[in-house]
Ligand binder design. Structure first.
Ligand code: SF4
Ligand code: SF4
Ligand code: SF4
Length: 471
Protein backbone atom coordinates (compact mmCIF):
# COMPACT_ATOMS: atom_id res chain seq x y z
CA UNK A 1 0.00 0.00 0.00
CA UNK A 2 1.53 3.34 -0.97
CA UNK A 3 1.55 6.35 1.35
CA UNK A 4 -1.10 8.22 -0.65
CA UNK A 5 -3.55 5.28 -0.49
CA UNK A 6 -2.89 4.89 3.22
CA UNK A 7 -3.47 8.60 3.78
CA UNK A 8 -6.75 8.61 1.78
CA UNK A 9 -7.97 5.48 3.53
CA UNK A 10 -7.32 6.81 7.03
CA UNK A 11 -8.50 10.37 6.54
CA UNK A 12 -11.71 9.49 4.69
CA UNK A 13 -13.01 7.72 7.80
CA UNK A 14 -11.83 8.20 11.42
CA UNK A 15 -12.74 4.56 12.18
CA UNK A 16 -10.41 3.07 9.52
CA UNK A 17 -7.18 1.42 10.68
CA UNK A 18 -4.23 -0.41 9.18
CA UNK A 19 -2.47 -3.06 11.29
CA UNK A 20 1.28 -2.48 11.04
CA UNK A 21 2.05 -5.93 12.51
CA UNK A 22 0.29 -7.55 9.54
CA UNK A 23 1.72 -5.10 6.98
CA UNK A 24 5.28 -5.39 8.33
CA UNK A 25 5.76 -8.82 9.97
CA UNK A 26 9.33 -7.84 11.02
CA UNK A 27 7.78 -5.20 13.28
CA UNK A 28 5.71 -7.90 14.99
CA UNK A 29 8.91 -9.85 15.59
CA UNK A 30 10.65 -6.75 17.02
CA UNK A 31 7.89 -6.25 19.60
CA UNK A 32 7.49 -9.99 20.20
CA UNK A 33 11.08 -10.89 21.02
CA UNK A 34 11.63 -7.69 23.10
CA UNK A 35 15.36 -7.63 22.31
CA UNK A 36 15.30 -4.10 20.91
CA UNK A 37 13.28 -2.90 23.94
CA UNK A 38 15.87 -4.46 26.22
CA UNK A 39 18.83 -2.88 24.36
CA UNK A 40 17.18 0.57 24.40
CA UNK A 41 16.22 0.34 28.04
CA UNK A 42 19.73 -0.75 29.05
CA UNK A 43 21.20 2.16 27.09
CA UNK A 44 18.76 4.59 28.74
CA UNK A 45 19.49 3.25 32.24
CA UNK A 46 23.23 3.80 31.63
CA UNK A 47 22.56 7.30 30.30
CA UNK A 48 20.31 8.02 33.28
CA UNK A 49 23.07 7.03 35.73
CA UNK A 50 25.61 9.20 33.88
CA UNK A 51 23.19 12.15 33.95
CA UNK A 52 22.55 11.74 37.66
CA UNK A 53 26.27 11.61 38.44
CA UNK A 54 26.91 14.58 36.18
CA UNK A 55 24.09 16.58 37.77
CA UNK A 56 25.10 15.82 41.36
CA UNK A 57 28.88 15.94 41.11
CA UNK A 58 29.55 17.86 37.88
CA UNK A 59 29.96 21.64 37.52
CA UNK A 60 26.91 23.61 38.61
CA UNK A 61 27.18 26.56 36.16
CA UNK A 62 24.44 26.18 33.52
CA UNK A 63 26.95 26.72 30.70
CA UNK A 64 29.25 23.95 31.91
CA UNK A 65 26.98 20.94 32.45
CA UNK A 66 25.32 19.11 29.57
CA UNK A 67 22.65 17.50 31.78
CA UNK A 68 20.49 20.62 31.32
CA UNK A 69 20.43 20.44 27.54
CA UNK A 70 20.16 16.62 27.44
CA UNK A 71 17.23 16.68 29.83
CA UNK A 72 15.27 19.85 28.91
CA UNK A 73 16.47 20.38 25.36
CA UNK A 74 16.60 16.86 23.96
CA UNK A 75 14.89 14.24 26.08
CA UNK A 76 11.65 15.95 27.10
CA UNK A 77 10.92 17.73 23.75
CA UNK A 78 11.64 14.43 21.91
CA UNK A 79 9.18 12.61 24.15
CA UNK A 80 6.51 15.28 23.48
CA UNK A 81 7.19 15.17 19.73
CA UNK A 82 7.10 11.37 19.69
CA UNK A 83 3.60 11.37 21.21
CA UNK A 84 2.15 12.61 17.91
CA UNK A 85 3.67 9.73 15.95
CA UNK A 86 4.23 6.74 18.20
CA UNK A 87 2.13 7.52 21.29
CA UNK A 88 3.48 6.20 24.59
CA UNK A 89 6.26 4.16 23.04
CA UNK A 90 8.73 5.92 25.38
CA UNK A 91 7.08 4.14 28.32
CA UNK A 92 8.02 0.78 26.78
CA UNK A 93 11.74 1.60 27.23
CA UNK A 94 11.62 4.08 30.12
CA UNK A 95 14.43 3.61 32.68
CA UNK A 96 12.45 4.82 35.74
CA UNK A 97 10.70 1.52 36.62
CA UNK A 98 13.78 -0.68 36.05
CA UNK A 99 15.04 -0.64 39.68
CA UNK A 100 11.53 -1.45 41.02
CA UNK A 101 11.20 -4.33 38.55
CA UNK A 102 14.62 -5.60 39.60
CA UNK A 103 13.60 -5.57 43.29
CA UNK A 104 10.45 -7.47 42.40
CA UNK A 105 12.41 -10.03 40.38
CA UNK A 106 14.63 -10.56 43.48
CA UNK A 107 11.48 -11.13 45.60
CA UNK A 108 12.27 -8.02 47.65
CA UNK A 109 8.90 -6.41 47.06
CA UNK A 110 5.98 -6.53 49.49
CA UNK A 111 3.67 -7.05 46.46
CA UNK A 112 0.74 -5.30 48.20
CA UNK A 113 -2.31 -4.06 46.34
CA UNK A 114 -2.54 -0.29 45.95
CA UNK A 115 -5.11 0.88 48.56
CA UNK A 116 -8.56 1.59 47.11
CA UNK A 117 -8.49 5.23 48.22
CA UNK A 118 -5.23 5.84 46.32
CA UNK A 119 -6.66 4.06 43.28
CA UNK A 120 -9.77 6.23 43.41
CA UNK A 121 -7.83 9.49 43.55
CA UNK A 122 -4.91 8.38 41.36
CA UNK A 123 -5.84 10.73 38.49
CA UNK A 124 -6.03 13.73 40.81
CA UNK A 125 -2.73 12.68 42.47
CA UNK A 126 -0.80 12.31 39.22
CA UNK A 127 -2.24 15.52 37.72
CA UNK A 128 -1.32 17.36 40.95
CA UNK A 129 2.24 15.93 40.72
CA UNK A 130 2.43 17.22 37.19
CA UNK A 131 1.18 20.67 38.17
CA UNK A 132 3.76 20.80 40.96
CA UNK A 133 6.55 19.89 38.54
CA UNK A 134 5.61 22.70 36.11
CA UNK A 135 5.20 25.15 38.97
CA UNK A 136 8.55 24.33 40.58
CA UNK A 137 10.28 24.00 37.20
CA UNK A 138 9.30 27.49 36.10
CA UNK A 139 9.28 29.34 39.41
CA UNK A 140 12.64 28.14 40.74
CA UNK A 141 14.63 28.29 37.50
CA UNK A 142 15.19 24.52 37.66
CA UNK A 143 16.06 24.43 33.97
CA UNK A 144 19.29 26.28 34.68
CA UNK A 145 20.29 24.28 37.74
CA UNK A 146 21.94 20.85 37.20
CA UNK A 147 21.35 19.82 40.81
CA UNK A 148 17.64 20.70 40.85
CA UNK A 149 17.14 18.96 37.50
CA UNK A 150 18.82 15.87 38.94
CA UNK A 151 16.60 15.96 42.02
CA UNK A 152 13.54 16.03 39.78
CA UNK A 153 14.73 12.93 37.91
CA UNK A 154 15.61 11.24 41.20
CA UNK A 155 12.17 12.04 42.64
CA UNK A 156 10.40 10.35 39.72
CA UNK A 157 12.82 7.43 39.85
CA UNK A 158 12.35 7.23 43.66
CA UNK A 159 8.56 7.19 43.29
CA UNK A 160 8.73 4.37 40.74
CA UNK A 161 11.19 2.38 42.89
CA UNK A 162 9.26 2.86 46.13
CA UNK A 163 6.07 1.72 44.43
CA UNK A 164 7.95 -1.30 43.07
CA UNK A 165 9.06 -2.10 46.61
CA UNK A 166 5.59 -1.75 48.15
CA UNK A 167 3.16 -2.77 45.43
CA UNK A 168 2.78 -5.46 42.80
CA UNK A 169 3.62 -4.76 39.14
CA UNK A 170 4.37 -1.18 37.97
CA UNK A 171 1.89 0.60 40.23
CA UNK A 172 3.73 3.91 39.76
CA UNK A 173 3.14 3.74 36.00
CA UNK A 174 -0.45 2.60 36.43
CA UNK A 175 -1.54 5.16 38.99
CA UNK A 176 0.87 7.91 39.94
CA UNK A 177 3.41 8.85 37.28
CA UNK A 178 2.87 12.49 36.25
CA UNK A 179 4.82 12.04 33.02
CA UNK A 180 2.88 8.91 32.12
CA UNK A 181 -0.38 10.75 32.74
CA UNK A 182 0.62 13.57 30.43
CA UNK A 183 1.88 11.13 27.80
CA UNK A 184 -1.33 9.11 27.95
CA UNK A 185 -3.34 12.23 27.19
CA UNK A 186 -0.96 13.35 24.45
CA UNK A 187 -1.03 9.86 22.94
CA UNK A 188 -4.76 10.22 22.32
CA UNK A 189 -3.80 12.25 19.22
CA UNK A 190 -1.16 9.76 18.17
CA UNK A 191 -0.97 8.27 14.72
CA UNK A 192 -0.67 4.77 16.16
CA UNK A 193 -2.55 2.70 18.72
CA UNK A 194 -1.92 -0.65 20.42
CA UNK A 195 -5.15 -2.65 20.42
CA UNK A 196 -6.42 -6.25 20.59
CA UNK A 197 -8.17 -8.13 17.82
CA UNK A 198 -11.46 -8.64 19.66
CA UNK A 199 -12.48 -11.56 17.46
CA UNK A 200 -9.33 -13.42 18.63
CA UNK A 201 -9.93 -12.49 22.29
CA UNK A 202 -13.46 -13.97 22.17
CA UNK A 203 -11.87 -17.42 21.89
CA UNK A 204 -9.54 -16.83 24.81
CA UNK A 205 -9.85 -18.75 28.06
CA UNK A 206 -6.56 -17.84 29.74
CA UNK A 207 -6.40 -14.01 29.52
CA UNK A 208 -2.70 -14.53 29.95
CA UNK A 209 -1.93 -11.07 28.55
CA UNK A 210 -3.11 -9.66 31.87
CA UNK A 211 -2.76 -12.53 34.33
CA UNK A 212 0.53 -13.91 33.05
CA UNK A 213 1.55 -17.57 33.25
CA UNK A 214 3.34 -19.67 35.87
CA UNK A 215 6.67 -18.51 34.53
CA UNK A 216 5.94 -15.07 33.03
CA UNK A 217 4.30 -12.09 34.72
CA UNK A 218 1.39 -10.45 32.93
CA UNK A 219 0.83 -6.88 31.89
CA UNK A 220 2.87 -4.49 34.10
CA UNK A 221 -0.08 -2.12 34.49
CA UNK A 222 -2.75 -4.84 35.03
CA UNK A 223 -4.35 -4.13 31.69
CA UNK A 224 -3.56 -6.84 29.16
CA UNK A 225 -4.13 -6.25 25.46
CA UNK A 226 -7.80 -7.24 25.60
CA UNK A 227 -8.65 -4.31 27.90
CA UNK A 228 -6.87 -1.63 25.87
CA UNK A 229 -9.48 0.62 24.29
CA UNK A 230 -7.67 3.96 24.35
CA UNK A 231 -4.09 5.26 24.42
CA UNK A 232 -4.24 6.56 27.99
CA UNK A 233 -2.90 3.63 29.98
CA UNK A 234 -1.15 1.09 27.78
CA UNK A 235 2.66 1.47 27.88
CA UNK A 236 3.06 -0.06 24.38
CA UNK A 237 5.75 -2.28 25.88
CA UNK A 238 4.59 -5.33 23.91
CA UNK A 239 5.17 -7.70 26.87
CA UNK A 240 1.72 -9.22 26.45
CA UNK A 241 2.56 -10.40 22.94
CA UNK A 242 4.53 -13.47 24.03
CA UNK A 243 1.73 -14.37 26.43
CA UNK A 244 -1.01 -14.31 23.82
CA UNK A 245 -1.57 -17.58 21.98
CA UNK A 246 -3.90 -16.03 19.42
CA UNK A 247 -1.73 -13.23 18.03
CA UNK A 248 -4.39 -10.78 19.08
CA UNK A 249 -2.33 -7.58 19.70
CA UNK A 250 -2.30 -5.14 16.82
CA UNK A 251 -0.33 -1.96 16.21
CA UNK A 252 -2.64 0.18 14.11
CA UNK A 253 -2.02 3.31 12.10
CA UNK A 254 -5.15 5.37 12.44
CA UNK A 255 -6.69 8.78 11.94
CA UNK A 256 -4.87 10.73 14.70
CA UNK A 257 -8.03 12.50 15.86
CA UNK A 258 -10.28 9.42 15.88
CA UNK A 259 -9.92 8.80 19.62
CA UNK A 260 -10.93 12.38 20.49
CA UNK A 261 -13.89 12.31 18.10
CA UNK A 262 -15.16 8.97 19.41
CA UNK A 263 -14.78 9.88 23.13
CA UNK A 264 -16.09 13.45 22.81
CA UNK A 265 -14.46 14.65 26.03
CA UNK A 266 -15.62 11.83 28.29
CA UNK A 267 -12.26 11.34 29.96
CA UNK A 268 -11.85 13.04 33.31
CA UNK A 269 -8.02 12.86 33.03
CA UNK A 270 -8.06 15.18 30.00
CA UNK A 271 -10.63 17.49 31.60
CA UNK A 272 -8.27 18.05 34.54
CA UNK A 273 -5.01 18.23 32.64
CA UNK A 274 -5.86 20.30 29.55
CA UNK A 275 -6.83 23.61 31.27
CA UNK A 276 -3.80 23.43 33.54
CA UNK A 277 -1.42 22.54 30.73
CA UNK A 278 -2.67 25.35 28.50
CA UNK A 279 -2.79 27.86 31.36
CA UNK A 280 0.79 27.00 32.30
CA UNK A 281 1.86 27.46 28.68
CA UNK A 282 0.41 30.97 28.60
CA UNK A 283 2.42 31.72 31.74
CA UNK A 284 5.53 30.14 30.20
CA UNK A 285 5.21 32.20 27.02
CA UNK A 286 5.07 35.30 29.22
CA UNK A 287 8.40 34.22 30.68
CA UNK A 288 10.05 33.19 27.41
CA UNK A 289 9.25 36.50 25.74
CA UNK A 290 10.00 40.18 26.22
CA UNK A 291 7.88 40.43 29.38
CA UNK A 292 10.77 38.55 31.08
CA UNK A 293 8.39 37.55 33.80
CA UNK A 294 10.83 35.42 35.80
CA UNK A 295 13.48 38.13 35.79
CA UNK A 296 10.99 40.51 37.40
CA UNK A 297 9.90 37.86 39.91
CA UNK A 298 13.51 36.98 40.79
CA UNK A 299 14.38 40.64 41.30
CA UNK A 300 11.35 41.12 43.53
CA UNK A 301 12.02 38.02 45.62
CA UNK A 302 15.81 38.39 45.76
CA UNK A 303 16.40 34.66 45.30
CA UNK A 304 13.84 33.41 47.83
CA UNK A 305 12.27 30.45 46.01
CA UNK A 306 9.17 30.29 48.25
CA UNK A 307 8.40 33.90 47.34
CA UNK A 308 9.13 33.10 43.66
CA UNK A 309 6.70 30.18 43.71
CA UNK A 310 4.09 32.38 45.40
CA UNK A 311 4.41 35.13 42.79
CA UNK A 312 4.55 32.69 39.87
CA UNK A 313 1.23 31.24 41.04
CA UNK A 314 -0.43 34.45 39.78
CA UNK A 315 0.33 34.04 36.02
CA UNK A 316 -0.37 30.30 36.32
CA UNK A 317 -3.74 31.07 37.85
CA UNK A 318 -4.55 33.76 35.24
CA UNK A 319 -3.61 31.38 32.41
CA UNK A 320 -5.72 28.60 33.96
CA UNK A 321 -8.70 30.98 34.36
CA UNK A 322 -8.53 32.14 30.71
CA UNK A 323 -8.63 28.53 29.46
CA UNK A 324 -11.20 27.41 32.03
CA UNK A 325 -13.58 30.25 31.13
CA UNK A 326 -13.29 29.43 27.42
CA UNK A 327 -13.91 25.72 28.09
CA UNK A 328 -16.95 26.45 30.27
CA UNK A 329 -18.34 28.97 27.80
CA UNK A 330 -17.80 26.56 24.89
CA UNK A 331 -19.44 23.65 26.77
CA UNK A 332 -22.46 25.87 27.49
CA UNK A 333 -22.69 26.70 23.79
CA UNK A 334 -22.54 23.00 22.93
CA UNK A 335 -25.43 22.55 25.30
CA UNK A 336 -24.54 18.83 25.49
CA UNK A 337 -22.40 17.94 28.48
CA UNK A 338 -24.25 15.18 30.28
CA UNK A 339 -24.45 11.55 29.36
CA UNK A 340 -26.77 9.02 31.02
CA UNK A 341 -24.04 6.40 31.13
CA UNK A 342 -20.88 8.43 31.62
CA UNK A 343 -22.12 11.46 33.54
CA UNK A 344 -20.69 14.91 32.90
CA UNK A 345 -18.28 15.41 30.03
CA UNK A 346 -16.70 18.33 28.20
CA UNK A 347 -16.89 18.49 24.39
CA UNK A 348 -14.57 21.54 24.41
CA UNK A 349 -11.65 19.53 25.81
CA UNK A 350 -11.04 17.39 22.68
CA UNK A 351 -11.17 20.58 20.59
CA UNK A 352 -8.46 22.17 22.70
CA UNK A 353 -6.29 19.11 23.20
CA UNK A 354 -4.34 19.42 19.89
CA UNK A 355 -3.72 23.10 20.70
CA UNK A 356 -2.56 22.14 24.22
CA UNK A 357 0.02 19.66 22.90
CA UNK A 358 1.01 21.93 19.99
CA UNK A 359 1.63 24.68 22.57
CA UNK A 360 3.58 22.27 24.77
CA UNK A 361 5.80 21.28 21.86
CA UNK A 362 6.47 24.92 20.90
CA UNK A 363 7.20 25.85 24.50
CA UNK A 364 9.70 22.96 24.85
CA UNK A 365 11.28 23.53 21.43
CA UNK A 366 11.96 27.15 22.41
CA UNK A 367 14.45 25.86 24.98
CA UNK A 368 15.90 23.34 22.51
CA UNK A 369 16.45 25.87 19.72
CA UNK A 370 17.61 28.75 21.90
CA UNK A 371 20.26 26.64 23.64
CA UNK A 372 21.31 24.48 20.70
CA UNK A 373 24.27 26.68 19.64
CA UNK A 374 25.74 26.33 23.13
CA UNK A 375 25.56 22.54 23.35
CA UNK A 376 29.02 21.71 21.99
CA UNK A 377 30.74 24.57 23.88
CA UNK A 378 29.05 23.33 27.09
CA UNK A 379 30.28 19.81 26.37
CA UNK A 380 33.75 21.23 25.73
CA UNK A 381 33.76 23.22 29.00
CA UNK A 382 32.55 20.23 31.03
CA UNK A 383 35.02 17.71 29.64
CA UNK A 384 37.93 20.05 28.94
CA UNK A 385 37.81 19.80 25.13
CA UNK A 386 38.95 23.29 24.26
CA UNK A 387 38.33 22.96 20.51
CA UNK A 388 34.58 22.60 21.14
CA UNK A 389 34.31 25.64 23.38
CA UNK A 390 34.30 28.02 20.40
CA UNK A 391 32.12 25.83 18.20
CA UNK A 392 29.03 28.02 18.37
CA UNK A 393 26.77 29.80 15.90
CA UNK A 394 23.64 31.97 15.78
CA UNK A 395 20.12 30.72 15.13
CA UNK A 396 18.35 33.08 12.65
CA UNK A 397 15.39 34.88 14.25
CA UNK A 398 12.93 33.60 11.62
CA UNK A 399 13.33 30.03 12.90
CA UNK A 400 11.24 30.72 16.04
CA UNK A 401 8.07 31.96 14.26
CA UNK A 402 8.61 29.35 11.50
CA UNK A 403 8.17 26.33 13.75
CA UNK A 404 5.91 28.16 16.24
CA UNK A 405 3.37 29.24 13.64
CA UNK A 406 3.52 25.94 11.70
CA UNK A 407 2.87 23.80 14.78
CA UNK A 408 0.13 26.08 16.12
CA UNK A 409 -1.53 26.37 12.72
CA UNK A 410 -1.68 22.57 12.31
CA UNK A 411 -3.04 22.24 15.88
CA UNK A 412 -5.63 24.93 15.15
CA UNK A 413 -6.78 23.08 12.02
CA UNK A 414 -7.03 19.83 14.01
CA UNK A 415 -9.30 21.52 16.57
CA UNK A 416 -11.48 23.05 13.85
CA UNK A 417 -11.76 19.67 12.16
CA UNK A 418 -13.00 18.09 15.41
CA UNK A 419 -15.49 20.93 15.90
CA UNK A 420 -16.85 20.43 12.41
CA UNK A 421 -17.17 16.67 12.96
CA UNK A 422 -19.04 17.29 16.23
CA UNK A 423 -21.35 19.82 14.60
CA UNK A 424 -22.11 17.82 11.48
CA UNK A 425 -22.02 14.22 12.73
CA UNK A 426 -21.49 13.42 16.40
CA UNK A 427 -23.91 16.03 17.85
CA UNK A 428 -25.91 16.39 14.65
CA UNK A 429 -28.99 18.58 15.20
CA UNK A 430 -28.10 19.27 18.85
CA UNK A 431 -26.10 22.44 18.09
CA UNK A 432 -27.63 25.39 16.20
CA UNK A 433 -25.55 27.24 13.63
CA UNK A 434 -25.25 30.32 15.85
CA UNK A 435 -23.94 28.15 18.70
CA UNK A 436 -21.44 26.55 16.34
CA UNK A 437 -20.24 30.02 15.28
CA UNK A 438 -19.92 31.15 18.92
CA UNK A 439 -17.86 28.06 19.80
CA UNK A 440 -15.69 28.80 16.78
CA UNK A 441 -15.18 32.37 18.02
CA UNK A 442 -14.21 31.13 21.50
CA UNK A 443 -11.74 28.78 19.86
CA UNK A 444 -10.28 31.53 17.65
CA UNK A 445 -10.07 33.82 20.69
CA UNK A 446 -7.91 31.29 22.54
CA UNK A 447 -5.80 30.71 19.44
CA UNK A 448 -5.36 34.50 19.22
CA UNK A 449 -4.20 34.66 22.86
CA UNK A 450 -1.63 31.94 22.13
CA UNK A 451 -0.26 33.64 19.02
CA UNK A 452 -0.17 36.98 20.84
CA UNK A 453 1.79 35.51 23.75
CA UNK A 454 4.15 33.62 21.46
CA UNK A 455 4.69 36.55 19.10
CA UNK A 456 6.00 38.79 21.86
CA UNK A 457 9.02 36.48 22.05
CA UNK A 458 9.86 36.79 18.34
CA UNK A 459 12.48 39.36 17.62
CA UNK A 460 11.02 40.27 14.22
CA UNK A 461 9.25 43.68 14.26
CA UNK A 462 6.47 42.81 11.77
CA UNK A 463 5.55 39.63 13.67
CA UNK A 464 5.93 40.88 17.23
CA UNK A 465 2.64 42.46 18.28
CA UNK A 466 4.17 44.60 21.03
CA UNK A 467 6.86 45.94 18.68
CA UNK A 468 4.21 46.69 16.02
CA UNK A 469 2.37 48.95 18.48
CA UNK A 470 5.60 50.57 19.63
CA UNK A 471 6.46 51.64 16.07
S1 SF4 B 1 4.47 5.85 33.30
FE1 SF4 B 1 6.21 7.16 33.93
S2 SF4 B 1 7.68 5.83 34.96
FE2 SF4 B 1 6.20 4.54 33.90
S3 SF4 B 1 7.15 4.05 31.99
FE3 SF4 B 1 5.89 5.88 31.58
S4 SF4 B 1 7.20 7.66 32.00
FE4 SF4 B 1 8.24 5.85 32.79
S1 SF4 C 1 -4.93 -10.59 23.96
FE1 SF4 C 1 -4.52 -12.77 23.75
S2 SF4 C 1 -4.24 -13.50 25.85
FE2 SF4 C 1 -5.26 -11.51 25.95
S3 SF4 C 1 -7.43 -11.99 26.03
FE3 SF4 C 1 -6.90 -11.63 23.90
S4 SF4 C 1 -6.43 -13.61 23.08
FE4 SF4 C 1 -6.37 -13.82 25.30
S1 SF4 D 1 -1.39 -4.16 27.38
FE1 SF4 D 1 0.47 -5.13 26.60
S2 SF4 D 1 1.58 -3.48 25.62
FE2 SF4 D 1 0.03 -2.51 26.93
S3 SF4 D 1 1.07 -2.18 28.87
FE3 SF4 D 1 0.08 -4.14 29.03
S4 SF4 D 1 1.67 -5.62 28.42
FE4 SF4 D 1 2.34 -3.61 27.72
Amino acid sequence: MNVFNLYTKLFSDPEKKVDLFKTFPWLYRVFYNQRLHYIWQTFLVDLFIILILSGLFGPQEPGSNIILYLCWGLWWPSVILSLFFVGRLWCGVCPFPVAGNFLQACHLSLQKKVPKILQRYSIAISVTFFMMIIWVEEATGMKSSPKETTWLLLTIWGGATLCGLLFAKQAWCQYFCPLGRLMGIGASISLIEFRPDHSACKKCTTFACNRGTDTEPGCPVSLGAYKVNNNLECLVCGRCMQLCEHQSPQLNVRHPLSELIIRKGRLITCTLMVPFLMGSQLARFMDQNIFNLMEIIELTCMGNWVCQMGLYAAPLFIGFCIVYVIITYGDLMFGVFNDELMGRFSPMVPLLLPLAFGGELVSRLNFTVRNFPDFLPTFGRQFGVEALEHFTFTIPEWVYPAYGLSIMFISELAGLYILEKFYEEEFEGAIALWQYRLIQSAYFALFGVYIYMMSTGWNIPILNIILIFQQ
